[in-house]
Design a protein around this ligand. Sequence first.
Ligand SMILES: [Zn+2]
Ligand SMILES: [Zn+2]
Length: 379
Amino acid sequence: MKKTIKLRHELHQHPELPGSEVNTARLIARFFEPLRPDETILNLGGTGEAFCFGDSKTGPTVLLRCELDAVPIQELNDMSYKSISHGISHKCGHDGHMAILASVGMALSRKRPRNGRVVLLYQPAEETGEGAAAVIRDKKFLQIKPDFVFAMHNLPGFPKGQIIVRSGTFNCASQGMVIKLFGKTAHAAQPETGTSPARAMCRIINEFQNLSSELNINDNLAFATVVGARLGEKAFGTAPGAAEIMATLRSGSDEIMSRMTQYSEHVIAGIASTERLKYDISYEDIFAATVNSENAVHIIRRVCAGLSVHVADNPFRWSEDFGGFTSIADGALFGIGAGKETPELHHPDYDFPDELVDMGSEIYQRIISGCLFCETPRT
Ligand SMILES: [Zn+2]
Ligand SMILES: [Zn+2]
């Protein structure tokens, strides 16, 4: 069995949650050691690491990113390399993305770039939207200064190996909003003596259903999904005094996201005031939109001429934290088809197709040549 496939299976068997990818990072570092990178940067934004080949003085720096983390999902598959960690598995295919960059690393180790430098970045905590920002904030990232940034994500539902590109927004912005309402409990026999948040909770949930029409956004990529709500306790003698609503806001651009956020906060403040409640709003899992540059998409399309390339009409609704990188350098996130019949990402029976490791590596090697030999970065 190929070294890279063996690596993927080993990674698959030992998945780790976002931010705690210690053993995964150790395994990757061990794989890269014999490849003798020209520079290795460890503990980047937490457990992240970067392996650099070539010299930035001789040309541009191309950064390729993959993700170290797995997701909190119990695996249903039954193969020899199934996850040994209860309730955790590689259901987003990040094990495959890591193996692809390992394969690129092997190729670069055999033939180092003469013009410029390639940085293979293994980023932590993508699933929570925290990893890219942590890597970019880390002082050690100043040693990298990429001119080009690329990341590839496998996409079930598309033919195996097909390349999916799009200029502009590739992935939506999203963020989790937590609204806490505080009133006053009362005896259930005398609810009028307390302040129940029940009606406010229903009104807010209703408002979320109408968000895009209220904001007059003529685009199906601006909406809220109420993902949870809680009111009071299972105590039949008590009228509730507190409630919590959780919703995910999603939009095709950061600008619309900030309009949606402001509007939602304004509506919640109004409802809380008329219902005589105190409230608190907080945000989690914040993802900016991933916006691809035309130049980077042009490079992918040019170097992949002859391969199957699909240009997506609309942005994908799921979010990715790679937008952190495309906002600081010329770059693109693109998809690689994982097969039409393959289970969807984050489904408990998903498994990254091994055939994509070589295909993905080949695409990246073409992109590297395209960037280092012919192209000038946008900025
Ligand atoms: Zn995922
Ligand atoms: Zn993913």
